[in-house]
Design a protein around this ligand. Structure first.
Ligand SMILES: Nc1nc2c(ncn2[C@@H]2O[C@H](COP(=O)(O)OP(=O)(O)OP(=O)(O)O)[C@@H](O)[C@H]2O)c(=O)[nH]1
Ligand SMILES: [Mg+2]
Length: 396
């Protein structure tokens, strides 16, 4: 049996070393805490030492998995036996600290076994799992879904690509809240505000919503903007309103809100454009919040640029929650190389998707999110080419 020893202050770091040296499938044979060398500074912390090997080097030993658990158990028990009862607050604090570290280490070990040493899966399930992770779905989430499929599908279903796809689609769509389809009432306009980071595509999306028959192009739409920070922004939306024949109200002060709403009272839909709020702009966030409280929108759509990293989008969702976001809208899908990672955003935000936008034109580039998108984004996605190019190829 050929084994190697690795040590570091925390289990997470040791496992990283093991992975780097012996690869993803490394087998952990033993884990223990070791004291620093005699000559070392007495303040130095204990180290975690892990004995590990490549699977091919310990083939036979692998059969006796429980021995590893016994070794670990013995290591922990003997340490506890040798230790005298804690006396001072300092010792108790150290002990608590150690328990917390141990808990964290066990979590890391658990994850390592759960996600690094996946059981071999039926071919179709493996293919699907790979597609999901390559498209950007968080790998631990994809693994959980694949493991659920292993438990819940029968033998015939597990070798059927259709059955597996169907199962995954149901699981994924079940996690995304369905959009609320509000009836448009004649007597009271439906008010929808668009919020988001600078340049996310709020104004363009508003124009698409107002102009495209797939959205509210056939309705009487009024526009309110309080994005008065830039003259160019006001001019851009005024020009659109003139061309499309939509009444527009530019609101500079909160006191003007009631009057603006009264003037648009005969509209079926009122679309509200806001100024882009960068992550550092706390004051702008507060100003927007104050305006929105007065406007009291039925829906607040957080507009997200699909080309931005999912981590940043998730952070933006958390931050903008102060504005009572009710829906997510994704723009620039035409420029996003892959889209599966947007599922991570939807899952983290737990909000329905209002619109998907995939182009700069006011007509033909806005649509609802549906099951087909889900399928394209995460399941049947063999090559990663932009959505627009895929559409072109499909029509040839
Ligand atoms: N390719 C592509 N471009 C888009 C899409 N949506 C918006 N854009 C472009 O993105 C740029 C910024 O769009 P805006 O609508 O002005 O963004 P905004 O969020 O209103 O920006 P601020 O008001 O400055 O915060 C413009 O050049 C738009 O044409 C989209 O779906 N696809
Ligand atoms: Mg704008």
């Amino acid at each position: 049996m050929k084994t190697s020893k690795f040590s570091a202050p925390t289990m997470r770091e040791v496992l990283a070393k093991v992975k780097a040296e012996l690869g993803e499938d490394a087998v952990i044979l033993k884990s223990e805490k070791v004291k620093p060398d005699k000559g070392m500074n007495f303040l130095k912390k204990e180290m975690i030492e892990v004995t590990a090997a490549r699977p091919e080097d310990v083939k036979e030993e692998l059969q006796s998995g429980p021995e590893f658990a016994e070794t670990l158990d013995k290591t922990i028990t003997s340490e506890v036996e040798n230790r005298r009862a804690p006396r001072t607050n300092y010792e108790i604090a150290l002990l608590k600290d150690e328990v917390n570290r141990l808990r964290e280490d066990l979590g890391v070990i658990g994850k390592h076994f759960k996600y690094s040493n996946l059981p071999s899966m039926p071919l179709e399930l493996t293919r699907l799992w790979e597609n999901m992770t390559k498209s950007g779905v968080e790998s631990e989430w994809a693994t959980d879904l694949a493991q659920d499929a292993l438990v819940n599908l029968d033998a015939n279903e597990l070798i059927s690509a259709d059955a597996i796809e169907n199962y995954m689609l149901n699981q994924l769509s079940g996690l995304i809240p369905p959009p609320v389809n509000r009836p448009i009432r004649r007597r009271k306009p439906l008010k929808i505000a668009l919020v988001g980071s600078p340049g996310a595509g709020k104004t363009t999306t508003l124009q698409k919503m107002a102009a495209d028959p797939a959205a509210y192009g056939k309705r009487k739409v009024g526009i309110i903007t309080f994005d008065t920070h830039r003259m160019a922004a006001i001019e851009q939306i005024r020009t659109f309103a003139r061309v499309s024949g939509s009444p527009i109200e530019v609101v500079y002060q909160p006191e003007q809100v009631t009057e603006a709403l009264n003037r648009l009272a005969d509209c079926e839909i009122i679309l509200i454009d806001t100024a882009g709020i960068a992550l550092s702009e706390t004051k702008k966030l507060e100003q927007t919040k104050a305006f929105l409280e007065l406007l009291d929108p039925d829906e607040v759509h957080l507009v997200l640029n699909a080309c931005v990293r999912d981590e940043d989008l998730i952070f933006s969702c958390k931050r903008m929650q102060e504005l009572s976001v009710s829906h997510l809208t994704f723009t620039r899908l035409d420029e996003a190389l892959k889209q599966g990672y947007l599922m991570n955003v939807m899952r983290a935000a737990a909000k329905p998707v209002a619109w998907l936008c995939d182009g700069q034109s006011f007509k033909g580039n806005i649509r609802r999110f549906n099951r087909k998108d889900l399928q394209n984004w995460v399941l049947s996605h063999p090559e990663f080419i932009p959505a627009a190019r895929r559409a072109e190829t499909a029509t040839i």
